[in-house]
Design a protein around this ligand. Structure first.
Ligand code: PGA
Length: 235
């Protein structure tokens, strides 16, 4: 049973998110997959009510590295727990890029998530230049260094998302992925690994041949509930 994390990013307004739930939640009532959905902040409370009798879990798209204080525009991890989140994405490449996040800040965010009783989904991944230079492993270990030091052994998901694979229809080969995930497992213990980047109903059959990932972080393809359901059904 693989886990699917639907990352809706800023693609749906609150009204569109509620429409998604109305149109598709029924499809996911009886599934033997685990589904986690990541709506935008303002939709969390309403969605949490809509999924309360289902096995679907709620995930924030980020949180502040601070516990509380004068940080206009930021959202603290505890509040996300209070509105029903059990997971929070931290360090998605789009967020790292938009806010120039350091690896240390990403580690702090992950710690705030753990302190608030939730599970962080920590995103890592290399840009194309690093991939072309054959330096992916070093790059990922550097991204994880502070996290390994801060909470080796704490429950967390690590989502490996090569930046060049996000939204491009390109994915690494299975050989590349198997090598990366096995090296990461040696580097940091206690985490479960997800793959993200152009996961859809076409690529998932190839990816499902890899047993080392316990699930996927899905962007674009998760906006279509029927495609998401199909991905659960494909071998
Ligand atoms: P994608 O996005 O599935 O659209 O490539 C994945 C992600 O950014 O998490």
């Amino acid at each position: 049973m693989k886990l699917l994390v639907a990352n809706w990013k800023m693609n749906l307004t609150v009204h569109q998110t509620l429409d998604w739930c109305q149109n598709y939640l029924e499809l996911f009532k009886e599934i033997d997959h685990k589904l986690i959905i990541c709506p935008s902040y303002p939709a969390l409370t309403a969605v949490s009510q809509l999924i309360k009798d289902t096995d679907i879990a709620l995930c924030g798209q980020s949180c502040s590295e601070h516990r509380n204080g004068s940080y206009t525009g930021q959202v603290d991890a505890q509040s996300l727990a209070q509105v029903g989140c059990s997971y929070v994405l931290v360090g998605h490449s789009e967020e790292r890029n938009a806010f120039n996040l350091t690896n240390e800040q990403v580690a702090q965010k992950a710690l705030r998530v753990l302190e608030a009783g939730m599970i962080p989904i920590i995103c890592i991944g290399e840009p194309e230049t690093v991939y072309q230079a054959g330096k992916t492993q070093e790059y990922l270990e550097e991204q994880l260094f502070d996290i390994k030091r801060a909470f080796n052994g704490a429950p967390a998901y690590i989502a490996y998302e090569p930046i060049w694979a996000i939204g491009t229809s390109k994915i690494p080969t299975n050989e590349e992925l198997i090598k990366i995930v096995n090296n990461l497992k040696l580097f940091i213990q206690g985490c479960a690994f997800l793959y993200g980047g152009s996961v859809n109903a076409e690529t998932i059959t190839q990816l499902n041949q890899i047993k080392d990932f316990c699930g996927y972080l899905v962007g674009n393809a998760s906006l279509d509930g029927h495609e998401l359901k199909k991905m659960m059904e494909l071998p």
